[in-house]
Ligand binder design. Structure first.
Ligand SMILES: Cc1cc2nc3c(=O)[nH]c(=O)nc-3n(C[C@H](O)[C@H](O)[C@H](O)COP(=O)(O)OP(=O)(O)OC[C@H]3O[C@@H](n4cnc5c(N)ncnc54)[C@H](O)[C@@H]3O)c2cc1C
Length: 483
């Protein structure tokens, strides 16, 4: 672990307006804790920034002291990229300002906001941008990796709705990145993750989102193959107003779940229709006919209610492992293997999710942003979740086996926000596919020392322009912070 002297921290405190939290301080353990309870890392110092000036001060301090840096937005990265042993954790969680311009339909949002908080601010004006489907997820990491959610078929990915960003670069400069100013940096931020700088403010395009109809359709697991086939067929030609998720989960002991289903493995569909209830009922009729549910909780609801539908699936302090794959199609054999895997899950808390892609997301050219797999038909997201006292290996092996089984339908890579550093640099390269070389060149221009490497890392291209042989990710990446 990198040692940091008290005098160095005192020196930082003269310029830093936010909170500095050192090992041994009250609050240190809470501040280093992230969403995934399996992550137990000890930063050398936590700098909880109050504003852009603090982020600049912290970046310069880290460079001066040769400290690696991790950046915390919402702390939801399952790989735990927000925190690293011996690093300076630049914690943005206190930077939660929002400024909605209802006439221009934009919002300027601080990097510490969670989706539940940004949704509340924009829905006060009947507006929203594409956001994550679990309210406690940070807007920052999600946007920088692309951003999928109920709205993406209608309004594009979260990164497609990013209009401008304020960025603190690896040399401590503050830049405005948008279509006119540093357009290469702006391109890289819309999917390239935290590789290019620390974003201290996001400006998003907003959309009018008022009438929403959706909810949960529940089925017993013995129907799962039919249900996933119906999900596949009905969603193929569905209008863009319809978002459709399928999930294989354990039914929670919630009041809305019939007693005989509680604690059982079940399959659920979540359709969300952005439009009038009458239209929604018409659009959902083929799905209900193809797969009549045992539980139908669909109804008109607010967008904020929709955004909270799955919040209860992740009890606090659980241990997690994510992996994912973009799928071009959904073969019957893949469906059967996914269903068999769900039935034999090593943990009752583990979840397999399929999400129909397409619509507005697919109309953006693959090289318009770093997010390559815009033509993929489905996102397969495999989420192993287990209690802290259970050994992790069997759960991780379970998740990996499902991804292997789905390879026949793979589009060629996985969603970067659902992969982690244990999955290797080849997975990061595959996630960006035809955009990887350009990302590596932009990395070389803005962060030639790979100062920002605690992430799904894109090492800088060598001076000749070809990406360097990708090293390992995270804190072990090559070319750490320049001293
Ligand atoms: C329960 C759950 C539900 C999810 N649902 C969705 C979903 O619906 N849609 C979706 O697209 N994704 C989803 N995700 C994945 C999510 O997008 C990623 O986990 C994302 O990294 C979360 O962002 P964060 O700010 O909370 O993460 P953090 O852990 O704080 O950060 C993640 C990465 O982003 C970097 N970073 C964070 N803030 C900044 C910043 N301001 N500037 C530069 N780099 C920064 C960090 O250094 C780190 O590398 C979900 C994840 C979980 C655990």
């Amino acid at each position: 672990m990198t040692a940091l002297t008290r005098s160095a921290t005192d020196q930082l405190s003269t310029d830093f307006r936010g909170e500095l939290i050192s090992p041994g301080d009250e609050g240190y353990d809470a501040a280093r804790t992230v969403w995934n309870g399996a992550i137990d890392r000890h930063p050398a110092l936590i700098a909880r920034a109050n504003g852009t000036g603090d982020v600049v001060t912290a970046v310069r301090f880290a460079r001066e002291h040769g400290l690696p840096v991790s950046v915390r937005g919402g702390g939801h990265s399952a790989a735990g990229f927000a925190v690293a042993d011996g690093a300076l954790m630049i914690d943005l969680s206190a930077m939660k300002a929002t400024r909605v311009d209802p006439a221009a339909r934009t919002v300027v949002a601080g990097p510490g906001l969670l989706w539940s908080e940004l949704d509340a601010a924009t829905q006060a004006f009947g507006l929203a941008t594409t956001g994550g489907v679990v309210g406690s997820t940070g807007i920052a990491g999600l946007t920088l990796g692309g951003g999928i959610g109920y709205l993406d078929r209608l309004a594009g990915l979260t990164c497609d709705n990013l209009l401008s960003a304020e960025v603190v670069t690896a040399d401590g400069q503050v830049m405005r990145a948008n279509g006119d100013s540093h357009p290469d940096l702006f391109w890289a931020l819309r999917g390239g993750g935290g590789n290019f700088g620390i974003v201290t403010s996001f400006t998003y395009r907003l959309h009018a989102v008022t009438a929403v109809y959706g909810g949960l359709l529940g089925y017993t697991l013995d129907r799962a193959v039919d249900v996933l086939q119906a999900y596949r067929e009905v969603s193929t030609d569905a209008p863009e107003q319809l978002a459709l998720y399928a999930g294989l989960v354990t039914a929670p002991p919630a009041p809305f779940v019939p007693g005989h289903l509680r604690g059982q493995r079940v399959v659920g569909l979540i359709p969300v229709y952005f439009g009038a209830p009458g239209e929604a009922v018409r659009v959902l009729a083929p799905l209900l006919a193809a797969a009549p549910p045992v539980l139908d909780l669909t109804r008109p609801m607010t967008y904020q209610e929709v955004q909270q539908l799955t919040d209860g699936l992740n009890p606090p302090a659980m241990h997690h492992y994510y992996t994912a794959e973009w799928l071009d199609g959904l073969d019957d054999r893949t469906i059967e293997e996914v269903v068999a895997a769900a039935a034999g899950a090593s943990s009752p808390f583990s979840v397999i999710v399929l999400k129909r892609m397409g619509g507005a997301t697919g109309r953006v050219p693959a090289d318009a942003t770093p997010f390559w797999f815009r033509d993929a038909a489905h996102n397969l997201d495999i989420h192993a979740q287990w209690a802290p006292d259970s050994p992790p290996d069997q759960h991780i092996a379970w998740a990996r086996a499902i991804r292997r089984a789905a390879q026949r339908d793979s589009a060629g890579g996985g969603y970067v926000n659902f992969i982690g550093d244990d999955q290797g640099s080849d997975r990061v390269r595959a996630a960006y596919s035809g955009n990887y070389a350009r990302l590596a060149r932009i990395k070389a221009a803005y962060d030639p020392d790979n100062f920002f490497h605690v992430n799904n890392n894109i090492p800088p291209a060598d001076p000749e322009g070809s990406p360097l042989a990708a090293g390992v990710n995270g804190a072990r990446a090559t070319g750490k912070a320049a001293g």
